[in-house]
Design a protein around this ligand. Structure first.
Ligand code: COA
Length: 431
């Protein structure tokens, strides 16, 4: 069969794609590096024709006018599963709101609530069999392709062709437009001295032969560097990163001691630099699988010695972590933090590790606190944390009662704050 005719029949312009949006629609778009940027950059132009459109997104990569402009209020609401610095700003205009979620359930739960009218994703060019690759994310994208009334794909020849649950056949797609543009990159910030101290403490907890997950943020990049002397690590992670590629190149990641998906990198999205995208392109050793699978804690837990390594903003003296908000202010999202931590706890020999600097705001406040700031969202319950790491060491909470938790956490707080925290803990009989 020649699918090129079908491709031509379905080919439209970006403007035509935008014109499909109607008032009260639920429009869902692919996430992060897979965001359909031409569609989102032009969406605001439909403003005068539509009202009350929900645009469901995750980790916006650009400052799109449909959400960043105050004038869009009432026309579009960016309902997002993960805030980025850009959406933090538009929250104030009430053009953006947050959807609380465990990443592996984001699609299932939202689909229970609302049927999508339109899904817009990105994909590589079609192959001779009529297949596109969804490339950088299958976090929830496949579920939406299966459920949306209208499926539109933005085709970009610069996207890596990635294996896993990424294939979409042209028969599943209603419209296509082309936008052969650069692929969004996440610039890698070199770890600071403090990051490296934390990274080295974490590396001491990671045994050879472990399977690891690394979260978002500066500290995970330092962890990748600190793991350079390990042997036979494996990857089962939400996000595949540049640091993981560096570990592979150095021979540290071999994936050969994994007990699930042996010899393969497993993730649900990839975000990094061109170096990473070149590595995952047409690489049968790398698979992106649906978020509902990859991030399912019971799947994660099937990996032997699964170590989850995530970052947080504030930890109370019992181990509760506020990782996505600063007080009432939504900062990012739960993402896969809870999925991966609980997954690690389910694993034989697994460890759930959380890391943070001991202070914030230029050293003026402690991030280890007797109580979380009022209004803070708890991303990780105290039952789901084994180790908390700061630049002052490792607090082991595994199996520990409140008294030891309080003592151990105070011991890794910044020395300037330890006495005050201790006094508060004693005054309030925390143990
Ligand atoms: N009170 C006030 N401000 C605080 C704070 C606190 N308790 N703790 C941190 N901050 C500030 C910091 O000072 C910093 O601000 P600055 O940039 O002005 O110095 C900012 O908050 C955090 O720094 P940022 O660089 O944005 O953090 P990061 O990129 O290292 O990310 C998380 C850290 C926790 C936000 C991020 O890891 C996250 O969103 N985690 C939840 C999701 C997750 O872990 N998913 C895992 C699966 S991929």
């Amino acid at each position: 069969m020649d699918f090129r005719e079908e491709f031509k029949r379905k080919l439209i312009t970006v403007d035509e794609a935008v014109s499909k949006v109607k008032s009260n629609d639920e429009v869902v778009v692919a996430m992060a590096g897979s965001e359909p940027r031409a569609f989102l950059k032009n969406l605001h132009r439909a403003k005068n024709n539509v009202e009350n459109v929900s645009v469901v997104t995750c980790l916006n990569m650009e400052n799109y006018e449909f959400t960043s402009s105050k004038d869009m209020k009432g026309h579009f609401t960016n309902e997002t599963w993960f805030y980025s610095p850009l959406t933090r700003k538009s929250h104030e205009f009430k053009t953006t709101t947050f959807i609380p979620n465990h990443l592996h359930l984001s699609a299932v739960k939202r689909l229970d609530y609302k049927k999508p009218n339109i899904f817009v994703g990105t994909a590589t060019p079609m192959d001779k069999h009529g297949y596109f690759s969804l490339s950088l994310s299958v976090t929830y994208e496949r579920e939406y392709i299966e459920n949306a009334d209208i499926v539109i794909l933005e085709i970009n020849e610069n996207l890596p062709r990635v294996y896993g649950d990424t294939s979409v056949h042209i028969s599943e797609v209603d419209f296509i437009y082309e936008n052969h543009t650069d692929v969004p990159e996440l610039q890698i910030v070199e770890p600071s001295e403090k990051d490296m101290i934390i990274g080295n403490y974490i590396a001491e907890l990671v045994e050879d032969g472990s399977t690891i997950q690394l979260g978002i943020g500066g500290i995970p990049n330092a962890v990748s560097k600190a793991l350079m002397n390990k042997k036979d690590l494996g990857i089962h992670t939400e996000m595949i990163t540049d640091g993981m590629y560096d570990l592979y190149k150095a021979g540290v990641i071999t994936n050969r001691r994994k007990t699930l998906h042996k010899n393969k990198f497993i993730g649900t999205f990839a975000l990094g630099t061109k170096k990473l995208y070149d590595f995952i392109d047409d690489n049968m050793g790398v698979e992106l699988k649906r978020g509902g699978y990859t991030n399912d804690p019971y799947i994660i837990g099937q990996n032997y010695k699964m170590v989850s390594i995530n970052t947080t903003l504030q930890v109370d003296l019992t181990g509760q972590c506020a990782s996505e908000s600063i007080g009432l202010r939504q900062y990012s999202g739960t993402g896969g933090q809870s999925d991966t931590a609980v997954g690690a706890l389910n694993s034989v020999g697994g460890k759930s590790i959380i890391a943070l600097y001991s202070t914030a705001k230029k050293g003026s406040i402690s991030t280890i606190v007797p109580f979380l700031t009022q209004g803070a969202a708890v991303s990780l319950s105290r039952n789901d944390v084994d180790y908390v790491v700061t630049e002052y060491g490792v607090a082991n909470l595994r199996g520990r009662g409140l008294k030891e938790r309080v003592d151990n956490l105070i011991s890794i707080a910044h020395p300037d704050f330890r006495e005050d925290i201790k006094r508060e803990a004693e005054k309030n009989l925390l143990w």
